[in-house]
Design a protein around this ligand. Structure first.
Ligand code: HEC
Length: 201
């Protein structure tokens, strides 16, 4: 192969690679972030630590008689498509996925003072809004739990949880459309404000 042929082969390969990557992300974006198996169970979302972080409530065991329902820190993320929609409209679009990743308290003191400091990942819960799959009684949200009893591994799929286990408490107490907006400063600051609400502006 002479130099010119080598160069054109390289350029061609690069262009094909780029085309494939773009196509994949377009397909992904169209479908949204919720995937189900053949039995209608939600497949555990992946990659969510690169979604939009919206807040970190903390319900430590030692402030809840040693037994918090969702122990320790909750790192909460919304998928990027639904974040875009939220910024524009201040509403959760059909297809919204919000995950809550549980993190243990590793230590209660550091050089900055006494407090709660994050340890390891110990669980994952998710909510998905889908007007076709989930009933109006839960405002079209499905609730899912991937956390295992030993908090060491995660389930790969979850069936939708019963209304009384999850949705009832959200329905009674959450600020907007079953979601605890009151605990998510990132969402509150951006609600319908577009780029004005993304920080530092
Ligand atoms: C007793 C009330 C209560 C019950 C029952 C409950 N939750 Fe929540 N949930 C909350 C509160 C309060 C928050 C926000 C603050 C926090 O995380 O502590 C929350 C937040 C969440 C979030 C983050 C998005 C949001 O809506 O704010 C997810 C996901 C979630 N819960 C899933 C579940 C699942 C799955 C179940 C059932 C297994 C469940 N919850 C049961 C009170 C509840």
């Amino acid at each position: 192969m002479n130099k010119l042929t080598k160069l054109s082969t390289l350029v061609f390969t690069l262009i094909s690679l780029l085309a494939t990557t773009t196509m994949t992300s377009v397909v992904h974006a169209d479908k949204g972030y919720a995937k189900y198996d053949g039995n209608g169970k939600l497949v555990r979302p992946t990659g969510y630590r690169e979604w939009i972080y919206i807040g970190a409530p903390l319900t430590p065991n030692d402030m809840n008689n040693g037994k918090a329902a969702f122990p320790e820190f909750h790192n909460v993320y919304i998928d990027p498509l639904s974040w875009k929609h939220w910024k524009k409209t201040g509403e959760f679009r059909n297809g919204t996925v919000i995950v809550k990743e549980l993190v243990s308290v590793a230590t209660k003191s550091s050089s900055s003072g006494n407090g709660y400091f994050m340890g390891d990942y110990i669980g994952l819960e998710a909510v998905v809004k889908d007007s076709k799959r989930f009933p109006a009684s839960s405002q079209h949200w499905g609730f899912f739990r991937f956390t295992t009893d030993d908090h060491k591994t995660l389930l790969s799929t979850s069936r939708v949880m019963k209304q009384e286990s999850c949705a009832a408490c959200h329905s009674a107490n959450a600020k907007q459309d079953m979601i605890f907006l009151q605990h998510y400063p990132v969402l509150r600051a951006a609600k319908g404000l577009g780029e004005k609400g993304i920080g530092g502006k």
